[in-house]
Ligand binder design. Structure first.
Ligand code: ADP
Ligand code: MG
Length: 367
């Protein structure tokens, strides 16, 4: 296990492209950190700088408090799993897993012990003689993971390791990787564009956009306390809904609906937005159909149903609120009819407001 410190890290590629901006992060020993964000936001670049595969343009990188900017990949004690697996096609599963240790000059009997043990953890024992082409995608990915964990390094890096697998295999491998992390205790950085992987696997998530960190926090933090519209919209599935609303007399106006924040906000919190528009956000799963619950503790918004999707455990209801499309998650037994005019309520505590210009969250209370 090792702890990592990234201080003011930047990456400017030789063509002048600034891919990572002022990246600051402390990673604790044994922590499982996930970098998440859309394609091109700089996740792999950051991971590769940590691995020593890409040089750091400016800033300082420390492993266990020692500056590591100039250290080569081998000196850093890291193992990396790539999206493409990068297995040697002409070698058997056994040889693929043993190769790194052989290069290091580890004794054959030690290698055999470790390969057999790793194969057991990953359920690969009966495939040790096979070549990669005779394995399924999931099995190949296991070999790639095995090849990395067999080295017993302190730092384990994974770059979208599950993206070539089908949905079912991804779910299985997700929990297997979490289990392996628990067993090895290695400090792990895992890169993905998939918010579900981030939410289910991470101790802490780093949300990135356009080369900048947006927010660092536990899955719980990011879901309940997103700092801006990007994080609010990225974490959660389906994503948070946003409606433009006007501030009038300290109250929020969405069409004819007037929402008084008195119960959940400090006085004057919206003063600087008087007469202007803000973004009103709410999660699809936080609404209540009107009539079922106490409306007095909630905002009630009228809408028209456009489409419903039964998913089994819930139904996604696509509704139109005065021209704005939003999604509501409801119990399948309560699913409304298409074209129905209905109302739904949003409990006070589930309302999020954002500044439309900066896209930052408007804090309702000074904590
Ligand atoms: P992610 O892994 O989040 O999808 P990357 O870190 O691979 O993103 O890339 C971040 C940005 O840097 C992208 O815009 C990408 O096109 C650019 N980029 C990546 N590698 C290079 C390179 N060698 N030269 C110039 N630009 C690059
Ligand atoms: Mg990438």
């Amino acid at each position: 296990m090792a702890y990592l410190t990234l201080k003011g890290i930047n990456k400017i590629y030789p063509n002048g492209f600034h891919a990572v901006h002022d990246f600051n992060l402390e990673i604790n020993k044994g922590e499982f950190i996930v970098f998440v964000g859309s394609s091109g936001c700089g996740k792999s670049t950051t991971l590769r700088m940590i691995a020593g595969l890409e040089n750091i343009s400016s800033g300082d990188f420390f492993i266990d408090g020692d500056r590591a900017n100039e250290k080569g990949p081998r000196e850093r004690g890291v193992a990396m799993v790539f999206q493409s697996y990068a297995l040697y096609p002409h070698m058997s599963v056994y040889e693929n897993m043993a190769f790194g240790l052989t290069l290091q000059g580890v004794d054959d009997d030690v290698i055999e012990k470790r390969v057999l043990n790793t194969a057991k953890i990953l359920g690969l024992t009966e495939y040790l003689d096979r070549k990669p082409r005779a394995l399924s995608g999931g099995q190949r990915q296991r070999v790639a993971v095995g090849r990395a964990i067999i080295r017993k390094v302190d730092i384990f890096l994974m770059d979208e390791p599950l993206s070539n697998l089908d949905a079912k295999q991804r779910v299985t491998m997700r929990s297997e990787i979490t289990q392996i992390h628990r067993e090895t205790g290695a400090t792990t950085i895992y890169v993905t564009h998939d918010q579900t992987e981030a939410m289910t696997m991470a101790d802490r998530i780093v949300v990135m956009k356009d080369g900048y960190i947006q927010q660092v926090g536990t899955p719980y933090d990011l879901y309940f306390n997103p700092v801006n519209m990007f994080v609010a919209g990225f974490i959660g599935e389906p994503p948070m809904n946003f409606i433009n609303a006007k501030v009038n007399d300290g109250k929020i106006n969405i069409g004819e609906t007037v929402l008084d924040l008195e119960a959940v906000a400090d006085k004057d919190v919206l003063k600087k937005y008087e007469g202007e528009e803000i973004a009103f956000g709410f999660r699809p799963e936080h609404i209540k159909l009107v009539g079922k619950d106490d409306e007095r503790k909630a905002y009630t918004i009228p809408c028209t149903v456009e489409l419903t999707e039964l998913l089994g455990d819930n139904t996604n209801v696509y509704v139109d609120i005065r021209g704005v499309k939003t999604i509501l998650k409801v119990d399948p037994h309560d699913s409304p009819a298409v074209d129905a005019k209905m109302s739904f309520a949003i409990p006070f505590e589930n309302v999020y407001l954002f500044d439309l210009e900066t896209e930052k969250r408007i804090k309702l209370r000074e904590q």
